[in-house]
Design a protein around this ligand. Sequence first.
Ligand code: NAD
Ligand code: APR
Length: 233
Amino acid sequence: MADITNIVILTGAGVSAESGIDTFRDAGGLWEQHRVEDVATPEGFARDPQLVQRFYDARRAAVQKAAPNPAHEALARLDQQWGGDLLIVTQNVDDLHERAGARRVLHMHGELLSALCPMCDSRHRWTGPLIGRPECPTCEARSLRPDVVWFGEMPYQLERIHAALRNADLFVSIGTSGAVYPAAGFVRDARELGVHTLELNLERSEGSHWFHAARQGAAGQLVPEWVAEMLGR
Ligand code: NAD
Ligand code: APR
């Protein structure tokens, strides 16, 4: 990997699966347990905010009981030891990348451990439940909601992500089904920019055919192997 200096890594729910965090579209996943329309759209939140708050309170509690797995730990090692630019763009709302020690992490779908006040657009670290729309510490409105991007809302920091792709030599996608845009389109953006692309996923995804190379297997196995290759070990 001598000619690789700048790397963009996209992670999805599959990278947290071995930490016991449910994915969305695998058998038994979140979208089999809940209707997306009810718990992951602004309309669902307007219709029944308590249902939505309970859904995210349960996911927040599950994340706090979970631990980073070897995939998170390997990516943190790469982040700490890689001399070039590196950005981990995650669709995940858990904090397992950070708890493993990664620093250059961008949450494009928000974070479970953050609460958003739609009245004053402030964000607050939040580890407890959000049921009952707690008071915003900044504007005191009883308005706090999960700081998570729902269907129909714009993902965060897309311009920063595209700038990183324009600067990248390698784009690696780990543990995502390639079902949801704009994340699912990053591999095509990368290819149009002449960036080498690699997919590491449990099985072939909806986007596998767009990648120069695709490896199938569990992230807990594939990611440490790939990081060892990148660090020359
Ligand atoms: P989208 O057009 O990116 O999503 C298309 C895909 O999302 C569909 O192929 C399906 O897989 C799924 N999807 C969308 N609406 C659905 C529904 N009503 N029922 C079942 N599946 C559905 O959706 P979008 O509106 O452009 O989403 C904007 C952004 O919000 C996306 O990046 C998305 O990933 C994100 N998001 C985050 C969460 C979360 O819980 N963090 C939930 C939903 C969406
Ligand atoms: N190792 C590697 N990959 C895995 C593992 C594992 N142990 N377990 C599952 N996977 C793969 C599955 O094969 C699947 O391709 O991870 C992917 C998980 O796909 P999804 O459940 O669709 O999750 P994700 O791609 O992150 O969903 C994208 O959709 O609902 C929205 O905003 C939500 O961020 C989410 C987005």
